[in-house]
Design a protein. Structure first.
Ligand code: ZN
Length: 134
C-alpha cells in the first residue's frame, strides 16, 4: 500500500468543528476515482483509496430524503417542528442538515432545490431556493 494516511490535524473532531468554516461546506474528494464525500472517512467508500483531497462542496443541491422532526434535542426545542434533510449537493457529496422554515411534510418534497444558509445554530442549515424549478 503506497497510499498516504490522512495528514495530522484532520481528526474527526477537528473536521466536524470546522465543517462550515468561512461559511463554506467542506468535504473530500478521492483523487483515484473522483468520488466526493461530505463526511470524513479513513478511506474512499467507493474504491477504498486512502488519499482524500479536502475540497469545498457545492452550496446548493437537491433534497433526496427528509423527515419532519417534532420532538428535537434541547438545542433545537424552539425551532420544532422542522425538516431533517439529506441533500445531494451540486458537484457531489451527500450531507444531512435541517430546515427550520419547513413546518409540515407538505412544505417540502424530495427533489426540491435547497441552498446552504450559514447560521450560528449547530448543524448545517438549508433553505428552499427562491427560484426553485418545478
Ligand atoms: Zn475512490
Amino acid at each position: 500500500m503506497t497510499d498516504e494516511l490522512p495528514r495530522a490535524g484532520h481528526a474527526v473532531a477537528d473536521f466536524v468543528q470546522g465543517y462550515e468554516e468561512g461559511h463554506k461546506l467542506r468535504g473530500f474528494r478521492c483523487p483515484k476515482c473522483g468520488f466526493v464525500s461530505a463526511t470524513w472517512g479513513m478511506a474512499c467508500p467507493r474504491c477504498g483509496g486512502r488519499n482524500r483531497e479536502e475540497r469545498e462542496l457545492g452550496q446548493a443541491g437537491r433534497v433526496v430524503a427528509f423527515t419532519l422532526l417534532t420532538v428535537p434535542g434541547d438545542e433545537f426545542l424552539n425551532d420544532a417542528p422542522y425538516a431533517y434533510v439529506v441533500v445531494e449537493l451540486d458537484g457531489g457529496g451527500r450531507i444531512t442538515g435541517w430546515m427550520p422554515t419547513v413546518k409540515s411534510v407538505d412544505g417540502l418534497a424530495v427533489g426540491d432545490r435547497v441552498h446552504f444558509v450559514p447560521s450560528y445554530k449547530p448543524g448545517v442549515q438549508f433553505a428552499k431556493e427562491a427560484d426553485a424549478s418545478p
